[in-house]
Design a protein around this ligand. Structure first.
Ligand code: F6R
Length: 608
Protein backbone atom coordinates (compact mmCIF):
# COMPACT_ATOMS: atom_id res chain seq x y z
CA UNK A 1 0.00 0.00 0.00
CA UNK A 2 3.02 2.18 -0.20
CA UNK A 3 3.42 4.79 -2.94
CA UNK A 4 5.94 4.40 -5.74
CA UNK A 5 7.07 6.99 -8.28
CA UNK A 6 9.90 6.86 -10.81
CA UNK A 7 11.14 9.38 -13.36
CA UNK A 8 13.55 9.39 -16.27
CA UNK A 9 13.83 12.41 -18.54
CA UNK A 10 15.68 15.70 -19.06
CA UNK A 11 14.48 17.58 -15.98
CA UNK A 12 15.81 17.39 -12.44
CA UNK A 13 14.23 14.21 -11.07
CA UNK A 14 13.95 14.89 -7.32
CA UNK A 15 11.36 17.73 -7.45
CA UNK A 16 9.24 15.65 -9.85
CA UNK A 17 9.46 12.61 -7.58
CA UNK A 18 8.42 14.69 -4.55
CA UNK A 19 5.46 16.17 -6.45
CA UNK A 20 4.40 12.66 -7.44
CA UNK A 21 4.70 11.44 -3.84
CA UNK A 22 2.57 14.38 -2.66
CA UNK A 23 -0.21 13.08 -4.90
CA UNK A 24 0.03 9.70 -3.18
CA UNK A 25 -0.14 11.11 0.35
CA UNK A 26 -3.87 10.32 0.57
CA UNK A 27 -2.96 6.61 0.71
CA UNK A 28 -1.41 7.00 4.13
CA UNK A 29 2.29 6.48 4.93
CA UNK A 30 4.79 6.80 7.74
CA UNK A 31 8.03 7.71 5.94
CA UNK A 32 9.27 8.79 2.54
CA UNK A 33 12.43 8.71 0.48
CA UNK A 34 14.00 9.27 -2.93
CA UNK A 35 17.00 7.86 -4.79
CA UNK A 36 18.56 9.79 -7.67
CA UNK A 37 21.54 8.97 -9.87
CA UNK A 38 23.71 12.11 -9.79
CA UNK A 39 26.14 11.23 -12.59
CA UNK A 40 28.47 9.19 -10.39
CA UNK A 41 26.48 7.34 -7.77
CA UNK A 42 23.00 6.81 -6.43
CA UNK A 43 22.09 9.36 -3.74
CA UNK A 44 19.43 8.21 -1.29
CA UNK A 45 17.63 10.48 1.16
CA UNK A 46 14.84 9.10 3.32
CA UNK A 47 13.05 10.31 6.42
CA UNK A 48 10.49 9.01 8.83
CA UNK A 49 7.39 11.19 9.12
CA UNK A 50 5.52 13.43 6.75
CA UNK A 51 6.76 14.09 3.24
CA UNK A 52 7.35 17.67 4.32
CA UNK A 53 10.25 16.48 6.50
CA UNK A 54 11.93 14.98 3.44
CA UNK A 55 11.09 18.02 1.29
CA UNK A 56 12.64 20.36 3.84
CA UNK A 57 15.73 18.18 4.15
CA UNK A 58 16.47 18.33 0.40
CA UNK A 59 14.99 21.78 -0.28
CA UNK A 60 12.11 20.42 -2.33
CA UNK A 61 14.52 18.31 -4.32
CA UNK A 62 16.88 21.14 -5.33
CA UNK A 63 19.77 19.52 -3.40
CA UNK A 64 19.75 16.36 -5.50
CA UNK A 65 21.19 16.60 -8.99
CA UNK A 66 20.26 14.04 -11.63
CA UNK A 67 17.49 13.33 -14.10
CA UNK A 68 16.62 9.76 -13.21
CA UNK A 69 15.28 8.50 -9.91
CA UNK A 70 12.75 6.64 -7.85
CA UNK A 71 10.69 7.72 -4.82
CA UNK A 72 8.54 6.08 -2.20
CA UNK A 73 6.10 6.66 0.63
CA UNK A 74 6.20 3.73 3.04
CA UNK A 75 3.46 2.14 5.12
CA UNK A 76 5.38 -0.14 7.45
CA UNK A 77 4.88 -3.89 7.34
CA UNK A 78 8.26 -5.43 8.19
CA UNK A 79 10.12 -3.22 10.63
CA UNK A 80 8.85 -0.16 12.44
CA UNK A 81 8.63 3.26 10.78
CA UNK A 82 12.16 4.74 10.85
CA UNK A 83 14.67 6.48 8.58
CA UNK A 84 16.60 3.29 8.04
CA UNK A 85 13.54 1.15 7.25
CA UNK A 86 12.21 3.78 4.82
CA UNK A 87 12.69 3.11 1.10
CA UNK A 88 14.59 3.30 -1.26
CA UNK A 89 16.88 0.51 -0.13
CA UNK A 90 20.40 0.31 -1.50
CA UNK A 91 22.36 -2.86 -2.11
CA UNK A 92 25.54 -2.96 0.01
CA UNK A 93 27.53 -2.27 -3.14
CA UNK A 94 25.52 0.89 -3.82
CA UNK A 95 24.79 -0.46 -7.30
CA UNK A 96 21.03 -0.94 -6.89
CA UNK A 97 18.29 1.13 -5.30
CA UNK A 98 14.84 -0.39 -4.88
CA UNK A 99 11.41 0.82 -3.87
CA UNK A 100 8.78 -1.80 -3.12
CA UNK A 101 5.09 -2.06 -2.49
CA UNK A 102 3.95 -5.47 -1.18
CA UNK A 103 5.25 -8.25 1.02
CA UNK A 104 8.11 -10.66 0.35
CA UNK A 105 7.02 -13.84 2.06
CA UNK A 106 10.33 -15.71 1.95
CA UNK A 107 12.55 -12.76 2.81
CA UNK A 108 13.93 -14.33 6.00
CA UNK A 109 15.36 -17.39 4.25
CA UNK A 110 16.68 -15.21 1.41
CA UNK A 111 18.24 -12.83 3.90
CA UNK A 112 19.96 -15.68 5.75
CA UNK A 113 21.41 -17.14 2.57
CA UNK A 114 22.60 -13.69 1.41
CA UNK A 115 24.25 -13.12 4.81
CA UNK A 116 26.11 -16.40 4.32
CA UNK A 117 27.30 -15.10 0.98
CA UNK A 118 28.76 -12.05 2.73
CA UNK A 119 25.97 -9.50 2.28
CA UNK A 120 25.16 -7.31 5.24
CA UNK A 121 21.81 -5.76 5.99
CA UNK A 122 21.03 -2.45 7.64
CA UNK A 123 17.22 -2.48 7.84
CA UNK A 124 14.54 -4.77 9.25
CA UNK A 125 12.61 -4.72 5.97
CA UNK A 126 11.76 -7.49 3.55
CA UNK A 127 12.61 -5.12 0.68
CA UNK A 128 16.33 -4.92 1.33
CA UNK A 129 16.76 -8.53 0.16
CA UNK A 130 15.61 -7.45 -3.30
CA UNK A 131 18.35 -4.86 -3.62
CA UNK A 132 20.95 -7.39 -2.48
CA UNK A 133 19.60 -10.16 -4.71
CA UNK A 134 19.74 -7.86 -7.75
CA UNK A 135 23.35 -7.13 -6.91
CA UNK A 136 24.09 -10.83 -6.43
CA UNK A 137 22.64 -11.77 -9.81
CA UNK A 138 23.95 -8.77 -11.77
CA UNK A 139 26.56 -9.73 -14.38
CA UNK A 140 26.13 -6.75 -16.68
CA UNK A 141 22.64 -7.58 -17.98
CA UNK A 142 20.06 -5.63 -15.95
CA UNK A 143 17.00 -7.43 -17.33
CA UNK A 144 18.61 -10.74 -16.58
CA UNK A 145 19.34 -9.75 -12.96
CA UNK A 146 15.71 -8.64 -12.55
CA UNK A 147 14.35 -11.89 -13.99
CA UNK A 148 16.60 -14.00 -11.78
CA UNK A 149 15.64 -11.97 -8.72
CA UNK A 150 11.91 -12.32 -9.27
CA UNK A 151 12.48 -16.02 -9.79
CA UNK A 152 13.63 -16.18 -6.18
CA UNK A 153 11.16 -13.97 -4.36
CA UNK A 154 7.71 -15.11 -3.25
CA UNK A 155 4.88 -12.79 -2.30
CA UNK A 156 3.43 -9.62 -3.71
CA UNK A 157 5.38 -6.76 -5.15
CA UNK A 158 5.44 -3.66 -7.29
CA UNK A 159 9.05 -2.58 -7.69
CA UNK A 160 10.91 0.44 -8.95
CA UNK A 161 14.58 -0.30 -9.59
CA UNK A 162 17.49 2.01 -10.32
CA UNK A 163 20.93 0.65 -11.29
CA UNK A 164 24.09 2.76 -11.04
CA UNK A 165 25.67 0.92 -13.98
CA UNK A 166 22.75 1.62 -16.33
CA UNK A 167 21.63 5.07 -15.24
CA UNK A 168 19.62 5.90 -18.35
CA UNK A 169 16.70 3.74 -17.25
CA UNK A 170 14.50 2.59 -14.41
CA UNK A 171 12.77 -0.75 -14.18
CA UNK A 172 9.20 -1.29 -13.08
CA UNK A 173 7.73 -4.71 -12.37
CA UNK A 174 4.65 -5.97 -10.58
CA UNK A 175 2.97 -9.06 -9.13
CA UNK A 176 -0.22 -8.77 -7.06
CA UNK A 177 0.46 -5.06 -6.45
CA UNK A 178 -0.41 -2.36 -8.96
CA UNK A 179 2.11 -0.46 -11.08
CA UNK A 180 1.59 1.77 -14.09
CA UNK A 181 3.94 3.37 -16.57
CA UNK A 182 3.32 7.03 -17.49
CA UNK A 183 4.14 7.92 -21.09
CA UNK A 184 5.45 11.44 -21.64
CA UNK A 185 7.42 13.19 -24.39
CA UNK A 186 11.14 12.87 -23.80
CA UNK A 187 10.33 11.65 -20.29
CA UNK A 188 8.60 8.62 -18.82
CA UNK A 189 7.40 7.55 -15.39
CA UNK A 190 6.42 4.66 -13.21
CA UNK A 191 3.91 4.93 -10.38
CA UNK A 192 1.88 2.73 -8.10
CA UNK A 193 -1.16 4.86 -8.73
CA UNK A 194 -2.45 7.25 -11.37
CA UNK A 195 -2.61 10.50 -9.32
CA UNK A 196 1.21 10.51 -9.05
CA UNK A 197 1.63 11.14 -12.78
CA UNK A 198 -1.58 12.99 -13.71
CA UNK A 199 0.19 16.35 -13.58
CA UNK A 200 2.60 15.12 -16.26
CA UNK A 201 0.71 12.77 -18.56
CA UNK A 202 -2.63 11.08 -19.03
CA UNK A 203 -1.32 8.25 -21.20
CA UNK A 204 -0.29 5.10 -19.40
CA UNK A 205 0.48 1.43 -19.71
CA UNK A 206 -1.09 -0.76 -17.07
CA UNK A 207 1.44 -3.47 -16.32
CA UNK A 208 0.01 -6.96 -16.10
CA UNK A 209 1.21 -9.61 -13.64
CA UNK A 210 4.96 -10.19 -13.92
CA UNK A 211 5.49 -7.74 -16.78
CA UNK A 212 8.77 -5.87 -16.64
CA UNK A 213 8.95 -2.31 -17.97
CA UNK A 214 12.32 -0.91 -18.99
CA UNK A 215 11.66 2.81 -18.84
CA UNK A 216 14.01 5.21 -20.65
CA UNK A 217 13.45 8.85 -21.52
CA UNK A 218 12.95 8.08 -25.20
CA UNK A 219 10.70 5.09 -24.78
CA UNK A 220 9.38 2.19 -22.75
CA UNK A 221 9.87 -1.48 -23.55
CA UNK A 222 7.87 -4.15 -21.78
CA UNK A 223 8.95 -7.78 -21.40
CA UNK A 224 7.46 -10.90 -19.89
CA UNK A 225 9.47 -12.87 -17.30
CA UNK A 226 11.04 -14.91 -20.12
CA UNK A 227 12.48 -11.66 -21.47
CA UNK A 228 10.16 -11.79 -24.50
CA UNK A 229 8.96 -8.40 -25.80
CA UNK A 230 5.32 -7.61 -24.97
CA UNK A 231 3.37 -5.21 -27.14
CA UNK A 232 1.31 -2.80 -25.02
CA UNK A 233 -1.50 -0.46 -25.96
CA UNK A 234 -1.53 2.88 -24.14
CA UNK A 235 -4.61 3.77 -22.19
CA UNK A 236 -5.81 7.39 -21.85
CA UNK A 237 -6.98 8.49 -18.42
CA UNK A 238 -9.74 11.05 -18.30
CA UNK A 239 -10.44 10.83 -14.55
CA UNK A 240 -9.93 13.91 -12.42
CA UNK A 241 -7.50 13.70 -9.50
CA UNK A 242 -10.18 12.90 -6.93
CA UNK A 243 -11.54 9.96 -8.97
CA UNK A 244 -7.99 8.79 -9.64
CA UNK A 245 -7.18 8.69 -5.92
CA UNK A 246 -10.10 6.35 -5.45
CA UNK A 247 -8.96 4.12 -8.31
CA UNK A 248 -12.04 5.14 -10.30
CA UNK A 249 -14.45 4.23 -7.48
CA UNK A 250 -16.81 6.85 -6.07
CA UNK A 251 -15.56 6.37 -2.53
CA UNK A 252 -12.59 4.95 -0.65
CA UNK A 253 -14.98 2.58 1.07
CA UNK A 254 -15.95 1.02 -2.27
CA UNK A 255 -12.29 0.72 -3.22
CA UNK A 256 -11.42 -0.86 0.11
CA UNK A 257 -14.31 -3.32 -0.12
CA UNK A 258 -12.90 -4.46 -3.46
CA UNK A 259 -9.36 -4.68 -2.04
CA UNK A 260 -10.41 -7.39 0.40
CA UNK A 261 -9.32 -10.44 -1.62
CA UNK A 262 -5.80 -9.01 -1.79
CA UNK A 263 -5.74 -7.82 1.82
CA UNK A 264 -6.81 -11.25 3.08
CA UNK A 265 -4.36 -13.00 0.75
CA UNK A 266 -1.51 -10.76 1.94
CA UNK A 267 -2.40 -11.53 5.55
CA UNK A 268 -2.79 -15.29 5.18
CA UNK A 269 -0.38 -16.41 2.55
CA UNK A 270 2.98 -15.43 4.12
CA UNK A 271 1.92 -17.35 7.22
CA UNK A 272 1.30 -20.70 5.54
CA UNK A 273 4.49 -22.52 4.60
CA UNK A 274 4.43 -26.07 3.23
CA UNK A 275 0.90 -26.60 4.47
CA UNK A 276 1.68 -25.43 8.01
CA UNK A 277 0.80 -22.19 9.79
CA UNK A 278 3.98 -20.39 10.76
CA UNK A 279 3.54 -17.49 13.15
CA UNK A 280 7.14 -16.24 13.18
CA UNK A 281 5.82 -13.05 14.68
CA UNK A 282 4.86 -14.47 18.09
CA UNK A 283 6.89 -15.81 21.01
CA UNK A 284 3.99 -17.57 22.76
CA UNK A 285 5.23 -21.09 23.48
CA UNK A 286 3.37 -24.38 23.21
CA UNK A 287 3.71 -24.75 26.98
CA UNK A 288 2.16 -21.33 27.59
CA UNK A 289 -0.69 -22.22 25.24
CA UNK A 290 -1.31 -25.53 27.00
CA UNK A 291 -1.40 -23.72 30.36
CA UNK A 292 -3.97 -21.14 29.37
CA UNK A 293 -7.00 -21.10 31.65
CA UNK A 294 -8.89 -18.51 29.63
CA UNK A 295 -8.66 -16.11 26.72
CA UNK A 296 -10.07 -12.58 26.82
CA UNK A 297 -10.64 -10.64 23.63
CA UNK A 298 -10.82 -6.90 24.06
CA UNK A 299 -11.57 -4.30 21.39
CA UNK A 300 -13.97 -1.55 20.28
CA UNK A 301 -16.56 -1.27 17.50
CA UNK A 302 -16.03 -3.50 14.49
CA UNK A 303 -12.86 -4.90 16.02
CA UNK A 304 -15.02 -5.99 18.98
CA UNK A 305 -17.32 -7.72 16.49
CA UNK A 306 -14.34 -9.69 15.23
CA UNK A 307 -13.90 -10.67 18.87
CA UNK A 308 -17.47 -11.97 18.98
CA UNK A 309 -16.74 -14.17 15.95
CA UNK A 310 -13.47 -15.21 17.58
CA UNK A 311 -15.21 -16.39 20.74
CA UNK A 312 -17.31 -18.88 18.79
CA UNK A 313 -14.33 -20.08 16.79
CA UNK A 314 -11.67 -20.25 19.50
CA UNK A 315 -13.95 -22.00 21.97
CA UNK A 316 -15.14 -24.49 19.40
CA UNK A 317 -11.70 -25.46 18.10
CA UNK A 318 -9.43 -24.98 21.11
CA UNK A 319 -11.92 -25.72 23.94
CA UNK A 320 -10.35 -22.84 25.90
CA UNK A 321 -13.01 -20.61 27.51
CA UNK A 322 -13.15 -17.20 25.82
CA UNK A 323 -14.64 -13.93 27.05
CA UNK A 324 -15.15 -10.96 24.76
CA UNK A 325 -15.20 -7.46 26.13
CA UNK A 326 -15.74 -3.98 24.84
CA UNK A 327 -12.51 -2.25 25.86
CA UNK A 328 -14.24 0.60 27.70
CA UNK A 329 -16.04 -1.98 29.86
CA UNK A 330 -13.09 -4.29 30.46
CA UNK A 331 -10.91 -1.58 31.90
CA UNK A 332 -13.38 -0.68 34.64
CA UNK A 333 -14.93 -4.01 35.55
CA UNK A 334 -12.20 -5.76 37.59
CA UNK A 335 -11.92 -8.76 35.24
CA UNK A 336 -10.57 -11.99 36.69
CA UNK A 337 -7.21 -12.06 34.98
CA UNK A 338 -3.92 -13.64 35.99
CA UNK A 339 -0.79 -15.01 34.36
CA UNK A 340 -2.62 -18.03 32.91
CA UNK A 341 -4.82 -15.71 30.88
CA UNK A 342 -4.12 -14.58 27.33
CA UNK A 343 -5.63 -11.21 26.44
CA UNK A 344 -6.04 -10.69 22.71
CA UNK A 345 -6.36 -7.05 21.74
CA UNK A 346 -7.76 -6.23 18.31
CA UNK A 347 -7.30 -2.79 16.73
CA UNK A 348 -6.86 -1.48 13.20
CA UNK A 349 -5.23 1.79 14.23
CA UNK A 350 -3.40 0.47 17.27
CA UNK A 351 -4.17 3.80 18.93
CA UNK A 352 -7.76 3.51 20.18
CA UNK A 353 -7.63 5.03 23.67
CA UNK A 354 -9.93 2.57 25.44
CA UNK A 355 -8.28 -0.43 23.80
CA UNK A 356 -4.81 0.82 24.72
CA UNK A 357 -5.92 1.40 28.31
CA UNK A 358 -7.42 -2.11 28.43
CA UNK A 359 -4.12 -3.54 27.19
CA UNK A 360 -2.27 -1.73 29.97
CA UNK A 361 -4.79 -2.97 32.53
CA UNK A 362 -4.39 -6.56 31.29
CA UNK A 363 -0.62 -6.27 31.62
CA UNK A 364 -0.95 -4.77 35.08
CA UNK A 365 -3.02 -7.78 36.10
CA UNK A 366 -0.29 -10.10 34.87
CA UNK A 367 -1.84 -11.46 31.68
CA UNK A 368 0.11 -12.37 28.57
CA UNK A 369 -0.98 -10.02 25.77
CA UNK A 370 -1.20 -10.54 22.04
CA UNK A 371 -2.45 -7.82 19.73
CA UNK A 372 -3.85 -8.00 16.21
CA UNK A 373 -3.02 -4.63 14.71
CA UNK A 374 -2.84 -3.04 11.26
CA UNK A 375 -0.56 -0.08 11.93
CA UNK A 376 3.03 -1.18 12.47
CA UNK A 377 4.76 0.59 15.33
CA UNK A 378 1.49 1.88 16.83
CA UNK A 379 1.14 2.15 20.62
CA UNK A 380 -0.82 -1.09 21.01
CA UNK A 381 1.66 -2.98 18.84
CA UNK A 382 4.58 -1.55 20.79
CA UNK A 383 3.19 -2.35 24.22
CA UNK A 384 1.89 -5.91 23.60
CA UNK A 385 3.96 -9.00 24.38
CA UNK A 386 3.20 -10.33 20.90
CA UNK A 387 1.80 -8.75 17.75
CA UNK A 388 0.30 -10.32 14.67
CA UNK A 389 -0.04 -7.69 11.99
CA UNK A 390 -2.94 -7.63 9.59
CA UNK A 391 -1.52 -6.60 6.27
CA UNK A 392 -4.58 -4.72 5.04
CA UNK A 393 -2.61 -1.62 4.06
CA UNK A 394 -3.83 1.86 5.01
CA UNK A 395 -7.58 2.11 5.42
CA UNK A 396 -8.92 5.55 4.58
CA UNK A 397 -12.71 5.23 4.82
CA UNK A 398 -13.83 5.70 8.41
CA UNK A 399 -16.03 2.58 8.27
CA UNK A 400 -13.72 -0.39 8.37
CA UNK A 401 -14.01 -3.14 5.78
CA UNK A 402 -10.68 -4.58 4.71
CA UNK A 403 -9.09 -4.25 8.15
CA UNK A 404 -12.08 -6.10 9.62
CA UNK A 405 -11.67 -8.90 7.07
CA UNK A 406 -7.96 -9.27 7.75
CA UNK A 407 -8.64 -9.37 11.51
CA UNK A 408 -11.01 -12.29 10.88
CA UNK A 409 -8.31 -13.99 8.82
CA UNK A 410 -5.84 -13.68 11.70
CA UNK A 411 -8.42 -15.20 14.05
CA UNK A 412 -8.70 -18.27 11.78
CA UNK A 413 -4.92 -18.59 11.64
CA UNK A 414 -4.67 -18.28 15.39
CA UNK A 415 -7.50 -20.71 16.14
CA UNK A 416 -6.06 -23.40 13.86
CA UNK A 417 -2.54 -22.74 15.15
CA UNK A 418 -3.51 -22.99 18.84
CA UNK A 419 -5.80 -25.99 18.30
CA UNK A 420 -2.98 -27.82 16.55
CA UNK A 421 -0.42 -26.94 19.22
CA UNK A 422 -2.58 -28.04 22.14
CA UNK A 423 -3.92 -31.09 20.34
CA UNK A 424 -7.61 -30.23 19.96
CA UNK A 425 -7.56 -30.48 16.16
CA UNK A 426 -6.88 -33.70 14.26
CA UNK A 427 -4.24 -33.66 11.49
CA UNK A 428 -6.84 -34.29 8.77
CA UNK A 429 -8.98 -31.41 10.08
CA UNK A 430 -5.89 -29.23 10.15
CA UNK A 431 -5.17 -30.01 6.50
CA UNK A 432 -8.78 -29.31 5.58
CA UNK A 433 -8.77 -25.89 7.28
CA UNK A 434 -5.47 -24.93 5.69
CA UNK A 435 -6.85 -25.65 2.24
CA UNK A 436 -10.02 -23.69 3.06
CA UNK A 437 -7.85 -20.79 4.25
CA UNK A 438 -5.88 -20.85 1.03
CA UNK A 439 -9.08 -20.84 -1.02
CA UNK A 440 -10.62 -17.98 0.97
CA UNK A 441 -9.30 -14.97 -1.03
CA UNK A 442 -10.76 -16.40 -4.27
CA UNK A 443 -14.10 -17.03 -2.57
CA UNK A 444 -14.09 -13.45 -1.29
CA UNK A 445 -13.52 -12.31 -4.85
CA UNK A 446 -16.36 -14.50 -6.11
CA UNK A 447 -18.72 -13.17 -3.44
CA UNK A 448 -17.88 -9.58 -4.34
CA UNK A 449 -18.61 -10.29 -7.98
CA UNK A 450 -22.28 -10.69 -6.98
CA UNK A 451 -22.51 -7.12 -5.69
CA UNK A 452 -24.89 -5.92 -8.42
CA UNK A 453 -27.66 -8.00 -6.93
CA UNK A 454 -26.94 -6.36 -3.55
CA UNK A 455 -27.13 -2.95 -5.24
CA UNK A 456 -30.61 -3.81 -6.55
CA UNK A 457 -31.74 -4.86 -3.09
CA UNK A 458 -30.36 -1.61 -1.68
CA UNK A 459 -32.48 0.26 -4.25
CA UNK A 460 -35.54 -1.56 -2.95
CA UNK A 461 -34.88 -0.91 0.73
CA UNK A 462 -32.93 2.33 1.07
CA UNK A 463 -35.96 4.31 2.22
CA UNK A 464 -36.39 2.08 5.32
CA UNK A 465 -36.54 3.78 8.70
CA UNK A 466 -35.50 0.73 10.72
CA UNK A 467 -33.63 -2.39 9.67
CA UNK A 468 -33.09 -5.41 11.91
CA UNK A 469 -30.36 -8.00 11.54
CA UNK A 470 -30.81 -11.42 13.11
CA UNK A 471 -28.71 -14.55 13.25
CA UNK A 472 -27.47 -17.29 15.55
CA UNK A 473 -23.90 -17.95 16.73
CA UNK A 474 -21.50 -16.84 13.97
CA UNK A 475 -24.43 -15.30 12.10
CA UNK A 476 -25.30 -13.31 15.19
CA UNK A 477 -21.75 -11.95 15.21
CA UNK A 478 -22.19 -11.02 11.54
CA UNK A 479 -25.50 -9.35 12.33
CA UNK A 480 -23.70 -7.06 14.76
CA UNK A 481 -21.25 -5.97 12.07
CA UNK A 482 -23.88 -5.67 9.30
CA UNK A 483 -26.04 -3.49 11.52
CA UNK A 484 -23.15 -1.26 12.63
CA UNK A 485 -21.95 -0.79 9.06
CA UNK A 486 -25.43 0.24 7.96
CA UNK A 487 -26.13 2.68 10.75
CA UNK A 488 -22.74 4.35 10.76
CA UNK A 489 -22.76 5.31 7.08
CA UNK A 490 -26.47 5.46 6.12
CA UNK A 491 -27.84 6.83 9.42
CA UNK A 492 -30.73 4.34 9.27
CA UNK A 493 -31.72 3.05 12.67
CA UNK A 494 -30.74 -0.57 12.96
CA UNK A 495 -30.43 -3.28 15.58
CA UNK A 496 -28.78 -6.65 15.63
CA UNK A 497 -30.27 -9.47 17.64
CA UNK A 498 -29.52 -13.08 18.42
CA UNK A 499 -32.41 -14.56 16.45
CA UNK A 500 -33.78 -16.56 19.39
CA UNK A 501 -33.72 -13.50 21.64
CA UNK A 502 -35.81 -11.19 19.45
CA UNK A 503 -39.11 -12.55 20.74
CA UNK A 504 -38.14 -11.65 24.30
CA UNK A 505 -39.01 -8.01 23.74
CA UNK A 506 -37.68 -6.37 20.62
CA UNK A 507 -40.09 -8.17 18.28
CA UNK A 508 -42.63 -5.57 19.38
CA UNK A 509 -40.84 -3.13 17.08
CA UNK A 510 -41.52 -5.23 13.97
CA UNK A 511 -44.40 -3.84 11.98
CA UNK A 512 -45.82 -4.09 8.48
CA UNK A 513 -42.98 -3.67 6.00
CA UNK A 514 -40.04 -3.60 8.49
CA UNK A 515 -36.96 -5.05 6.82
CA UNK A 516 -35.34 -7.93 8.69
CA UNK A 517 -32.05 -9.25 7.34
CA UNK A 518 -31.89 -12.90 8.41
CA UNK A 519 -28.46 -14.48 8.33
CA UNK A 520 -28.65 -18.24 7.96
CA UNK A 521 -25.29 -19.38 6.68
CA UNK A 522 -24.68 -22.22 9.15
CA UNK A 523 -26.28 -25.43 7.96
CA UNK A 524 -26.95 -26.86 11.43
CA UNK A 525 -28.89 -23.75 12.47
CA UNK A 526 -30.73 -23.23 9.19
CA UNK A 527 -34.06 -24.72 10.29
CA UNK A 528 -33.94 -22.83 13.60
CA UNK A 529 -33.38 -19.62 11.66
CA UNK A 530 -36.33 -20.35 9.39
CA UNK A 531 -38.43 -20.61 12.55
CA UNK A 532 -37.34 -17.09 13.49
CA UNK A 533 -38.04 -15.89 9.95
CA UNK A 534 -41.62 -17.18 10.28
CA UNK A 535 -41.98 -15.31 13.58
CA UNK A 536 -41.06 -11.94 12.11
CA UNK A 537 -42.98 -12.50 8.88
CA UNK A 538 -46.10 -13.21 10.94
CA UNK A 539 -45.67 -9.66 12.34
CA UNK A 540 -45.46 -8.12 8.87
CA UNK A 541 -41.68 -8.06 8.33
CA UNK A 542 -40.13 -8.19 4.88
CA UNK A 543 -37.24 -10.64 5.12
CA UNK A 544 -33.98 -10.62 3.21
CA UNK A 545 -32.20 -13.94 3.77
CA UNK A 546 -28.44 -14.45 3.54
CA UNK A 547 -27.29 -18.02 3.11
CA UNK A 548 -24.95 -20.29 1.15
CA UNK A 549 -25.54 -20.98 -2.52
CA UNK A 550 -26.79 -24.54 -1.90
CA UNK A 551 -29.69 -23.29 0.23
CA UNK A 552 -31.87 -21.73 -2.42
CA UNK A 553 -34.98 -23.09 -0.69
CA UNK A 554 -34.59 -20.12 1.66
CA UNK A 555 -36.73 -18.13 -0.75
CA UNK A 556 -39.73 -20.26 0.23
CA UNK A 557 -39.53 -18.51 3.60
CA UNK A 558 -38.02 -15.12 2.78
CA UNK A 559 -38.97 -12.33 0.38
CA UNK A 560 -35.55 -12.16 -1.23
CA UNK A 561 -32.11 -13.63 -0.70
CA UNK A 562 -28.38 -13.16 -1.11
CA UNK A 563 -26.18 -16.21 -1.63
CA UNK A 564 -22.55 -16.66 -0.67
CA UNK A 565 -20.20 -19.48 -1.74
CA UNK A 566 -19.80 -22.50 0.50
CA UNK A 567 -16.79 -22.72 2.76
CA UNK A 568 -16.13 -24.41 6.10
CA UNK A 569 -18.31 -23.09 8.89
CA UNK A 570 -15.40 -21.34 10.61
CA UNK A 571 -14.76 -19.10 7.61
CA UNK A 572 -18.37 -18.27 6.68
CA UNK A 573 -18.14 -14.85 8.40
CA UNK A 574 -15.52 -13.73 5.88
CA UNK A 575 -18.01 -14.27 3.07
CA UNK A 576 -21.21 -13.29 4.88
CA UNK A 577 -19.86 -9.87 5.85
CA UNK A 578 -19.24 -8.86 2.22
CA UNK A 579 -22.86 -8.42 1.07
CA UNK A 580 -23.58 -6.66 4.37
CA UNK A 581 -20.78 -4.16 3.75
CA UNK A 582 -21.96 -3.71 0.15
CA UNK A 583 -25.60 -3.30 1.24
CA UNK A 584 -24.66 -0.59 3.73
CA UNK A 585 -22.51 1.10 1.10
CA UNK A 586 -25.18 1.12 -1.62
CA UNK A 587 -27.94 2.24 0.78
CA UNK A 588 -25.75 5.12 2.01
CA UNK A 589 -24.84 6.03 -1.53
CA UNK A 590 -28.51 6.13 -2.63
CA UNK A 591 -29.23 8.35 0.36
CA UNK A 592 -26.42 10.68 -0.69
CA UNK A 593 -24.50 10.30 2.60
CA UNK A 594 -20.90 11.33 3.13
CA UNK A 595 -19.77 7.71 3.04
CA UNK A 596 -16.04 8.03 3.67
CA UNK A 597 -16.47 10.53 6.51
CA UNK A 598 -19.76 9.80 8.28
CA UNK A 599 -21.02 12.43 10.68
CA UNK A 600 -19.75 12.34 14.28
CA UNK A 601 -17.18 9.63 13.56
CA UNK A 602 -13.38 9.60 13.39
CA UNK A 603 -11.05 6.98 11.96
CA UNK A 604 -9.07 6.66 15.12
CA UNK A 605 -10.72 7.31 18.49
CA UNK A 606 -7.87 8.49 20.68
CA UNK A 607 -10.03 9.89 23.47
CA UNK A 608 -11.80 7.89 26.13
C1 F6R B 1 -16.52 0.82 12.40
C2 F6R B 1 -15.19 1.16 12.85
C3 F6R B 1 -14.97 1.32 14.31
C4 F6R B 1 -13.62 0.76 14.73
C5 F6R B 1 -13.35 1.07 16.21
C6 F6R B 1 -12.03 0.50 16.67
O1 F6R B 1 -16.58 0.70 11.02
O2 F6R B 1 -14.29 1.33 12.07
O3 F6R B 1 -15.99 0.70 15.04
O4 F6R B 1 -13.62 -0.61 14.49
O5 F6R B 1 -13.36 2.45 16.42
O6 F6R B 1 -10.97 1.08 15.98
P1 F6R B 1 -9.56 0.38 15.94
O7 F6R B 1 -9.75 -0.92 15.23
O8 F6R B 1 -8.67 1.33 15.21
O9 F6R B 1 -9.14 0.16 17.37
Amino acid sequence: MCGIVGYVGNDQAAPILLKGLEKLEYRGYDSAGVAVYDGTSIQVVKKQGRLKVLEDKIHNGADLAGTVGIGHTRWATHGKPSDVNAHPHLSSSGRFAVVHNGIIENYLSLKNSLIQKGYSFVSETDTEVIAQLLDYFYEGDLLDAVVRTIGKIEGSYALGILCRDQPDRIIGIRKDSPLIVGLGTGENFIASDIPAILGKTRDIYRLKENEIAVVEKTGVTVYNPKKVFVSKTPCHIDWDVSAAEKGGYDHFMAKEIMEQPKAVRDTISPRIKNGRIVLDDIQLTEEQLRNLSRIFIVACGSAYHVGVVAKYILERYTRIPVEVDVASEFRYRAPVVDNRVLVIIISQSGETADTLAALREAKRLGARTLSIVNVVGSSIANESDDVIYTWAGPEIAVATTKAYSTQLAVIYLLAIYIADKIGTMKPEEYRHYISELEALPDKIEKTLSGRDHVRQLARRFYRSNDIFFIGRNLDYAMSLEGSLKLKEISYIHSEAYAAGELKHGTISLIEEGTLVVALATQQKLFEKMMGNVKEVKARGAVVLGVTTEDNQQIEKETDCAIYIPRTCEMMLPSLAVLPLQAFAYYVASLKGCDIDKPRNLAKSVTVE
